[in-house]
Structure formats: structure tokens, C-alpha cells
Design a binder for this molecule. Structure first.
Ligand code: ADP
Ligand code: MG
Length: 627
């Protein structure tokens, strides 16, 4: 019989397991029991939905037996079993959920962290095993198979005898070392407490033969020790338990057990609804962004149970995209077992549950924002971007659900603020909610366009993410206040007097600005005296809907958006000494005017973070000025 090699990824995981210095080696039992439970789930579901199968609830159990003499531990289940092909593809290749961990090299370097925070499934057995044997018989086959591996050397598969459908995993413990006593994994007491600790809520009985003291059947009142089969777990799923009986640790353990993420949950929401629709749910808001979250590969969804029976591992219809980061399970007695995926989409009960869940999540986030600011900011750091996408999606249909959950960096507070906080402290005469866009807070802080608004004492929100301005354009206004970019045409900060003065000045400058406009034709739409500059001579702004920042983003997108351009306006600070130079050049030396115009225009481009069209020409121009 040929020995087969594990796939490369599996081999690395295996290597890690074998050399693991991870202290919680005991979690291997949690993993094997969880696999057994999954397999029984599948069998149970099949029996319930297939009329040709007879069904007896007592047939579904997991049994853990220890053989201290031979230092062997056996985990038996009456689940769906595996065919030869399944053995090959499931145990020869790392399971999909586990392989996620391997996409990120950094995670690998910190190997034992993966083991701790993220379950690793079947291979974790090799943390304690010198050798693993699996006997399995699939519900779809009459032939049983035996799978054997002692770790890195590979594995073998051969036909075997097994009477009933299901799987048996036999672990031969490693030799004890100075630091590790593997014998504890065949001790009754230790096994019982590991099962209680990690697998208490498993919905099938986890049985063990335990020794108990029983009074002897005689007069002397003597006791004898006998073996008795007991169910170790309470079997009540955690979501059916009373919230008051559960601790944070219980929820965290469940999160880890379910492999919801590498991290610990930031928040859990335990729901029990008994109204128009009945369901229980445990939802988690993760602390960290899953590394594939903002990619196509990420699949949102919650586990869906119908009265304790798993019917779907990832039900996407239960979560709106913008809350796609939420993990967890939903169990409802109102859902039919036989429902197909297609039908589920249109199921009225499911829609009600989804709506209810959406509101619970929203409520939880609002409460966090109000009462646990630090936690909320952590959340926002990880998933705020998704909320902004949510605002934009479906033509803004969800903006009212989400706008209160947004945070932006504030020029005034030097930290994140909500829109409500901004509008609450707006001075009465302030007409708009001001924002400035740029690559970073640092860069925005230096933008000339912010000068006048800040000078007025108005707060500016800093938009550093490409999505920010698009999201805000979808919201349009908050508390009846419209959003206004500090780089947009009319800032609305001037008194009538000031406006009158500007008008007169505009008249005076008309000819000069017309000349500059001609020099820059095709590049800017207009040239104007600036109302926002203090210390800088020039800046660029945009008229109309498309801002300069939006143009930058759209330019990076493929095809159809390439032609979208901002209507750029060159603003000149007429109180700056440079303005006098321009005027002088206009009156006396047209070549000089052209030279100055080019340099100033390019400076404005640079400040905006836009590419200079002809760097060589610019440097030549600068040399001319210096010469
Ligand atoms: P995961 O449980 O995340 O899929 P594992 O490494 O724990 O990853 O298991 C790999 C696969 O092996 C499972 O998905 C399942 O198909 C199969 N498997 C493991 N244990 C059993 C079992 N006791 N009965 C049936 N199939 C099993
Ligand atoms: Mg598993």
C-alpha cells in the first residue's frame, strides 16, 4: 500500500502542530468533537428530510473512551462518515476554513497564535498524537475505510471492516517528555473537564464510561467501583441558555470553537425573540478586519438552524452587506427543514428575522457609540469603511440607517467625531458642514483651502478615505445642514459687506484674470480672486458636483469613469505679495506673466497632490525666474 503525501499547505500546518509549543494542547479534543458533531448534524438532517431513512434520536451520539494502558484515546461518532474520496480530500488536504490562515505569511510566523485563536481542525490531533487512525463508513457506501498517519511521513488509506455508519478516531499519545505529560489525556477526570469546558453545548450527547462508587447489594454498607456510561455535556446549545447564566468567557469560547475569526469578539449580541417570529441568535462583532474582508472572496452570512438542526452554514440573506462582518448563528422554530436555498430567499419568516437582526445590530452599534466610545472607535477602524459603502449602495437606500454611525476626524477635536456631535456644536450662523479631502490628516492640515474656514472658527471634517466624499454626497445633508467641501466654489462664510467688496475687486481684476485664463486654457475653467486663502498665493478648487479628489479616484478606476473631470478653478490670493508681481507682469511684461502663471498653476497642482503635466518645463521655468 502506497503512502501518500499531504498537500504542501497541510504539511506546514502539520509541522506546526507537531512542533507546537502551544500550551493549550487540550483543544485538540474540542476540534475532534466539533467534527463529530458536524458529521452528526449532516446525518441528522438527512434522516429528518429523507423519508426512506428510519430515525431514532438516541442513535446520534459521540463517545469518548480512554485506554490508559495502551495510551490510546478514541472518539467515536454516529455521523455521516466519509467515503474513500472524502477521506482523501478532507484529511489529506487542509480544510478550507483552516487554509485561510495560510494566505497571510505573517500569521504563519506566529504559528502558535493561529492555534490559539483560530481552530485548526483535525490536524490539531497531532499536538498530542504520535499516530492517528481513522475508521470511517459513509452513509453513501457499504465499504468502510481506514486512514493512518504518523504525521509528516504521509498517510495511507485501505479498506476496513466497520459495522455501522460513522467515524472513529483513535489517537496514540506521544511519549511523555520533561515538560509534557501526555498521559493526562487518558485520565478520566481531565477528559471530563476538557469536554465540559469546550464542548458543553454540543447538541448531541458526549458519552464516557466513568467509574462511580455504588453501594453494594449487601447489608454491610460497602461500596464498589463500577463503570457507568454517562453523558458529560449539558447539551443545551449556548443560544438557548439564559443570558444571565453566561459569562463573557462562554461567548468567547463559542466564538473560538466556531472559528469565527482569529481575534476575540469585540461585542456579542444574544437575542431571544418570541413574537411574530420566534428565534434565538448569538451575533458577534469581530475586533479585527478579516484579511479577506474587503475582497470578493469574503462571504457574509450566519449559521442557520431550524429548531436545533443546522440547515445552512452561511445564510447570506440574514445580513445586509453593510453588516457583512457580523458572525454568529440563528436558530428558529418557525423555519421549515426542507426549505431550499431558493425558497429561503423568499421566505417571509426569514425576511422578518433578517430585518429584526439588522435593527438589533444597529441598536447595539448606536449604544456602543454612545456608551463605549473607545470600543466603538475600534469597531469603526475595522469596519467603518463597510458602513460607508453601505450608504452608497442601492442608491442610498440605507443612508438613514447608517449616517448616525459614521465618524470622521475633526479639525477641532483632533479625533473622530460623529455628524451629530458636529452639528450640535455648530455656531448658529454657520451654514454648512465643512469637509476637506486628502490622503492623510497631515496633508489636509496643510491645505491652503482650509485657512479661511478655520479662521472663522468653524470645524472641518477630514476625509482621508476615497469613499468618504462619495458617501457624503449620497447623504446630502445632516440635520438640514448641507455638506460643503472647503475647496468648493462658494463657501458661504462671508458677510454681505465682504461680498460687495469682493465684487468690486473682481471688476478690477477682470482683465488680468481673463489673461491668465487664456494662458491656462484647457486646464482650468475659471480664474478668480480667492475668498479662502490667507498665506498661500494660489489654490485649485472645483465648481460643480465632481471635486478634485473625486476626479483623482475616478481616474484610477477602469474605463468608463476616466473622462469624468472636475471643473477646476484657479483661485488667486489678491492679498498676497505675489499678486502684485502678477499685476506688474501683466502691465509690463507678458512673457513674465506667462512664466509666473505656469509656475503658480503647477504649484497649485502639487498642493492638491495632482501630477505636474510637464515637470521638465516647470523646472526650466523656475530656473528662468532665478536666473
Ligand atoms: P473543518 O471542520 O473546519 O472543515 P477539519 O480539519 O476539522 O476542518 O476537518 C476537515 C474535514 O474532514 C471536515 O470538513 C469533514 O469533512 C471531515 N471530517 C473530519 N472529521 C470527521 C468526522 N468525524 N466525520 C466525518 N467527516 C469528518
Ligand atoms: Mg473541524
Amino acid at each position: 500500500m502506497a503512502t501518500k503525501q499531504f498537500q504542501a499547505e497541510s504539511r506546514r500546518l502539520l509541522e506546526m502542530m507537531i512542533n507546537s509549543i502551544y500550551s493549550q494542547k487540550e483543544i485538540f479534543l474540542r476540534e475532534l468533537i466539533s467534527n463529530a458533531s458536524d458529521a452528526i448534524d449532516k446525518m441528522y438532517y438527512r434522516a429528518l428530510t429523507d423519508d426512506t431513512l428510519t430515525f431514532n434520536k438516541d442513535d446520534y451520539y459521540i463517545k469518548v473512551s480512554a485506554d490508559p494502558e495502551n495510551r490510546e484515546l478514541k472518539i467515536v461518532d454516529t455521523g455521516i462518515g466519509m467515503t474513500e474520496e472524502e477521506l482523501e480530500s478532507n484529511l489529506g488536504v487542509i480544510a478550507k476554513s483552516g487554509s485561510l490562515a495560510f494566505k497571510n505569511e505573517n500569521e504563519i510566523k506566529d504559528g502558535h497564535d493561529i492555534i490559539g485563536q483560530f481552530g485548526v481542525g483535525f490536524y490539531s490531533a497531532f499536538m498530542v498524537a504520535e499516530n492517528v487512525v481513522v475508521y470511517t463508513k459513509s452513509a453513501d457506501s457499504n465499504q468502510a475505510f481506514k486512514w493512518v498517519s504518523n504525521g509528516l511521513d504521509g498517510y495511507t488509506i485501505e479498506p476496513a471492516e466497520k459495522a455501522v455508519t460513522g467515524t472513529e478516531v483513535i489517537i496514540k499519545l506521544r511519549e511523555n517528555t520533561e515538560d509534557e505529560n501526555y498521559d493526562e489525556f487518558v485520565e478520566e477526570h481531565t477528559l471530563k473537564s476538557i469536554i465540559k469546558k469546550y464542548s458543553d453545548y454540543i447538541r448531541y450527547p458526549i458519552k464516557m464510561d466513568v467509574s462511580v462508587q455504588k453501594p453494594k447489594d449487601n447489608e454491610e454498607g460497602e461500596y464498589e467501583e463500577i463503570e457507568e456510561e454517562q453523558t458529560i455535556n449539558s447539551m443545551v446549545p449556548i443560544w438557548r441558555k439564559n443570558k444571565n447564566e453566561l459569562t463573557d468567557e462562554d461567548y468567547k469560547a463559542f466564538y473560538a470553537e466556531k472559528h469565527y475569526g482569529f481575534d476575540e469578539p469585540l461585542k456579542h449580541i444574544h437575542i431571544s425573540v418570541d413574537g411574530a417570529v420566534r428565534y434565538q441568535a448569538i451575533l458577534f462583532i469581530p475586533e479585527k478586519t478579516p484579511f479577506d474582508f474587503y475582497t470578493k472572496e469574503y462571504e457574509k452570512g450566519l449559521e442557520l438552524y431550524s429548531n436545533g438542526v443546522l440547515i445552512m452554514e452561511k445564510c447570506g440573506d440574514l445580513l445586509p452587506d453593510y453588516f457583512g462582518f457580523v458572525k454568529g448563528i440563528v436558530d428558529s422554530e418557525d423555519l421549515s427543514l426542507n426549505i431550499s436555498r431558493e425558497m429561503l430567499q423568499h421566505d417571509r419568516q426569514l425576511k422578518l428575522i433578517a430585518k429584526n437582526i439588522k435593527n438589533k445590530i444597529k441598536g447595539q452599534l448606536k449604544t456602543m457609540l454612545k456608551d463605549e466610545r473607545e470600543e466603538y472607535e475600534k469597531f469603526f477602524e475595522a469596519f467603518g469603511r463597510q458602513l460607508k459603502f453601505g450608504i452608497q449602495m442601492d442608491f442610498g437606500a440605507n443612508k438613514d440607517d447608517l449616517k448616525d454611525l459614521l465618524l470622521f476626524y475633526s479639525s477641532k477635536e483632533k479625533k473622530l467625531v460623529s455628524l451629530a456631535e458636529y452639528t450640535d456644536r455648530m455656531p448658529e450662523e454657520q451654514k454648512y458642514i465643512y469637509y476637506a479631502t486628502g490622503d492623510s490628516i497631515d496633508r489636509i492640515e496643510k491645505l491652503p483651502q482650509t485657512e479661511m474656514v478655520l479662521d472663522k472658527g468653524y470645524e472641518i471634517l477630514y476625509f482621508t478615505e476615497d469613499i468618504d466624499e462619495f458617501a457624503i454626497k449620497t447623504i446630502m445633508s445632516y440635520e438640514d445642514k448641507q455638506f460643503k467641501s472647503v475647496a468648493s466654489g462658494d463657501l458661504g462664510i462671508e458677510s454681505e459687506e465682504e461680498e460687495e467688496k469682493e465684487k468690486n475687486e473682481a471688476e478690477d481684476n477682470k482683465e488680468l484674470f481673463e489673461e491668465i485664463k487664456t494662458l491656462l486654457s484647457g486646464k482650468v475653467k475659471d480664474v478668480r480672486a480667492s475668498k479662502r486663502l490667507k498665506s498661500h498665493p494660489v489654490c485649485l478648487t472645483a465648481d460643480g458636483e465632481v471635486s478634485i479628489e473625486m476626479e483623482k479616484i475616478l481616474q484610477q478606476m477602469p474605463d468608463q469613469n476616466q473622462h469624468v473631470k472636475a471643473d477646476k478653478v484657479l483661485e488667486v490670493n489678491i492679498n498676497h505679495s505675489i499678486y502684485q508681481s502678477l499685476k506688474g507682469a501683466y502691465d509690463n511684461d507678458k512673457d513674465k506673466l506667462s512664466l509666473y502663471t505656469n509656475i503658480l498653476y503647477n504649484q497649485a497642482l502639487l498642493i492638491e497632490g495632482l501630477p505636474v503635466e510637464d515637470p521638465v518645463a516647470l523646472t526650466n521655468d523656475m530656473c528662468k525666474v532665478m536666473a
